[in-house]
Design a protein around this ligand. Sequence first.
Ligand SMILES: [Zn+2]
Length: 439
Amino acid sequence: MFDTGVVEEADAAGVAALVGWLAGVGGDVDDGARIDLLRALEDVKAACVAAQAKTAADFEASRIALRAAAGVPKYRRNRGISSEIALARRDSPHRGSQHLGFAQAMVDMPHTLALLERGLLNEWRATILVRETACLDREDRTGIDAELCADPTTLDGLGDRALTATVREHAARRDAEAMVKRASKAVGDRRVTTRPAHDTMAYVNALLPVDQAVAIQAILGRDADSLRAGGDERTRSQIMADLLVERVTGISAVVGPPITVNLVISDESLFADGTDAAHVEGYGPIPAGLARHWVKDRNNLELRRVYANPTTGALTTMESVSRCFPPGLARFIDVRDRYCRAPWCDAPIRHRDHIVEHQAGGPTTADNGAGLCEACNHAKQGAGWQSQPVTQKPGERHSYRFTIPTGHEYTSTAPPTPTPLDIYMPAERWVRTVLYEAA
Ligand SMILES: [Zn+2]
């Protein structure tokens, strides 16, 4: 192990010695040890981020105190501090002020800082926590820090997109009014822009209200799937791009039935002005007020209910005897899992996978099913991968356990649905989570 004598002093020379020592890490060890090493090195990176944040905040405080003592007027005391930090980090001034902003945020977010120090959160994920709470006041920000990071297991296994969604959900709940105001003001910013891409390609970007954006993506995906099912040999992405051009330029007309936008919302948010965020499939959480606005504003709505346990928010199961997951069961798994179930991955679900393979006697049930993206589905088929649903008590969130070839074991648990009402309800009100379709 590292010779602790070298880092007696927690100074740059001690850290530099650690850097030199790291260059010798690795070598002739077995694969299990390599997985452990990758994990430990990730911890070191996160701990470095925490140490940099603390150092930057101390640097700023010391600079400002020195200038105050020297009689520098208040408005000039913080000048250039972020640039100094940028230079020290070999980064642009813009990034320097971001680094300083991050360091300042860590003062209000002690639990996030503690997770970084312990290697349980990486820099990017801590940045998501800082970014998504930047619009809140200090009290709300500190509150969210405690809610999400006091317990290190709260964010365990969430992909970056799911983490962003979780923080937004908490922000929406704490400052719902401001979120709705921002959302309705943001509609005024809708626009279409173009920017260059590689090899004489270009991006067409449309900034749209979320319902319209999700509808466009879903319509193109649905029609591409049906063309491919009919023998079209282009890829799904190619067909979606071609359809977009055809339809915008008016060469071809939209075909097929109206598209569905799925929204999961608690009954309290829908009917009783609750602030629990709603979840739009394919996008993520939106403020309850905006969801209510959609529901009120739309005609031809069909309400469909998905049953959820009133205390845990776990969706109840459905069963089928067939080998493939039938549409109802597949849709149930999509709503339950939201994104790919592999820990840390939050790619869209492409496969409803048998956790215990069908050939090995695995049944076609919600319990033995998990939504996976293409890549994770392929990974799972690699030699030496094994998975098994975790036996659940009624009402527990669905989870399964899997082992990779080195013997390291991981668990995947379905995300919770919106928090249930915290009061006694008669049995028929247990129908708590409503899925609605917008025509
Ligand atoms: Zn995945």
